[in-house]
Each structure stands twice: as structure tokens, then as C-alpha cells.
Write a protein that binds this ligand. Structure first.
Ligand SMILES: [Fe+2]
Length: 301
């Protein structure tokens, strides 16, 4: 299976206006005027119709990620593989296809329970991206819109599924000592790429799934100033800064993390590495970052 990129994520909220403010005023995303209404907010960051779909619902929660396939035959091949392996999947409804602005797709759960969609044929959008905060553009196109990081307690089974069923490749594997006692077990993280040059499109970490449903997602801008300006806007809007600025060791991203209204984090970065996979050897980074990335939990409510 050749997955091309991360295409979109879908989030549920009790407070669409909080996401509206966060998306436009903090992140500098564009609210799509044709698809957003009282039921949902569609946030556009590039040439595609939108990358974030935020829908009214009973919880503050990440719901799913959509992964793009090249065409209808790639989707048919994926269904055949799932059939052969007895993996359950559902056909997306006409309503779902319209909401996502895609031609066709299916949904399924990975072994950790994360809901994923595979689709092809994102529809064209006539509207040009224009950031309400003057961001010159996000780094997307063939790279997809960014990455998602899931938690998985059954990490080996989940990793095996991404590698051997979905066709991802290992970019970097970390084993982190999270406690001061070296006798304590280490936490494993797998960073995986699909058929584009983004260092990782999906990562999984060995921990229980957080109540928000996702560890973090990531968007990438083109300049360090646009990262710094987003950090200023987050602070000025009383958004919890989950991690200070830092540079990651594996994908070289300079970024900070902030809490979204959905409770999961958004990594806002620039300068992500784009390895040549034909020459890449899977690395094993000894630490998450060269410098920075000091994490601070949100204040207790
Ligand atoms: Fe990340």
C-alpha cells in the first residue's frame, strides 16, 4: 500500500467559536466561507479546500485523520488487502465524502483503536489561501499538511500494522528514559514516513491514549519569524504553551507546542527535514531535541 500523505483531520467540539478564534487568531488559518456553517468549521491552510474539520459534538475530542491514496485503484487495492487480512472497514457515506470534499474513502481502526480514513480524489478549491494573520504559506503540497502522533499501549502490534499493512517506513525509533531511575522501563516511540519526503507523517508513542484522543498534530510554516509570531499570538490569547521552542533531533523541526481547544497539542514548526528515503537508514535518536522543547503540563482545572 502506498499512502501519499496526511490529508485532513476531523475534530469534535462543544464550542465551535473557541476553535474559530483559535484557528484564525492564533494559528492564522483561513475559515473557509463556503464550507463553514453553524455545524462545522473548515480551516484552510493551502491549495486544498481545508485541512481541519471541526464539528459540533458532545465532547472536546480528536476524531480521526485522513490519509491520501493516489487514485481509485489504490483504494481498491487497500480494500483487497483489508479483505484478505480480515480487517474491518466501512465505506464512507455520501455525506462524509461531501464533508471531507473527497471522491471516495473508507474508515477503519488501527490496532490501538485510532480511527483512520483512507481516501482518494480531494476536490479542487477555487479559493486562494489567505491567512488572517499574514502567514505567507504552510509547507504542504506533496508532503501533506503535517503529521499526527498517536498513543498506543500495544505499540509493537500497532507499529507492525503501520509498517506491514499500511506500508509506512521507519524513519526514527526512540527509546526514552522518562524517569530518573535507569531501572525503570523506557518509553518507545516509532516515527514513520509514507510516500513523501516529510520525515514522519504518523508517529506512535508507548502510552495510554489521552482523553483528547491524540498526542499532537503538526503544521509547518516557511520562516522562523512565522513560528515566533504564532508563539506571540498564543501567549497574547492565553493559550497554554505545552512546550517551549526547541529543535527536534530526528526531523530537525524548530517548533513550539500549544494546547488546542480540543485538549491535544498543535506543534507549530519550520525547517523540517526532508530525507531521501532511497538513502535513509532508520535512526535511533538518543533524545527528542538538540535544545529546548521543555514541556509544561496544562494547569489543573
Ligand atoms: Fe511532532
Amino acid at each position: 500500500m502506498k499512502i501519499q500523505s496526511l490529508g485532513y483531520i476531523l475534530v469534535e467540539t462543544k464550542d465551535l467559536s473557541a476553535w474559530d478564534h483559535y484557528g484564525q487568531e492564533v494559528c492564522g488559518f483561513m475559515k473557509h466561507p463556503d464550507f463553514s456553517n453553524e455545524e462545522k468549521l473548515c480551516l484552510k491552510i493551502d491549495h486544498e479546500p481545508f485541512r481541519f474539520i471541526v464539528q459540533n459534538g458532545p465532547e472536546e475530542k480528536f476524531i480521526l485523520a485522513g490519509l491520501e491514496l493516489g487514485d481509485a485503484s489504490a483504494l481498491n487495492d487497500a480494500k483487497k488487502i483489508f479483505d484478505e487480512l480480515n480487517i474491518n472497514y466501512q465505506q464512507l457515506s455520501a455525506d462524509d465524502l461531501f464533508t471531507r470534499q473527497i471522491t471516495d474513502g473508507i474508515s477503519f481502526n488501527d490496532p490501538a483503536g485510532n480511527l483512520i480514513e483512507l481516501y482518494h480524489g480531494r476536490l479542487n478549491d477555487e479559493r486562494k489561501f489567505s491567512s488572517p494573520k499574514g502567514i505567507s504559506g504552510f509547507v504542504t503540497k506533496d508532503l501533506g499538511f503535517g503529521h499526527v502522533v498517536y498513543a498506543a499501549l500495544n505499540i509493537e502490534e500497532t507499529h507492525d500494522f503501520y509498517i506491514n499493512v499500511l506500508g509506512f517506513g521507519d524513519s526514527d525509533i526512540m527509546n526514552l528514559q522518562m524517569s530518573p531511575n535507569p531501572e525503570d522501563p523506557k518509553m518507545k516511540l516509532y516515527f514513520m514516513h509514507c510516500d513523501n519526503k516529510r520525515h514522519h507523517t504518523v508517529a506512535i508513542m508507548q502510552s495510554p491514549t489521552p482523553p483528547s484522543g491524540l498526542v499532537h498534530t503538526m503544521v509547518e510554516v516557511k520562516t522562523i519569524d512565522e513560528v515566533g509570531e504564532a508563539l506571540d499570538r498564543a501567549i497574547n490569547n492565553d493559550i497554554h504553551i505545552s512546550s517551549s521552542l526547541g529543535r527536534h533531533m530526528n526531523d530537525k523541526m524548530v517548533s513550539f507546542y500549544m494546547q488546542t481547544p480540543g485538549g491535544f497539542d498543535l506543534e507549530f514548526g519550520y525547517d523540517g527535514d526532508q530525507p531521501d528515503w532511497s538513502k535513509h537508514q532508520t535512526t535511533s535518536s538518543p533524545a527528542p531535541s538538540y535544545w529546548g522543547h521543555v514541556f509544561t503540563p496544562p494547569p489543573a482545572e
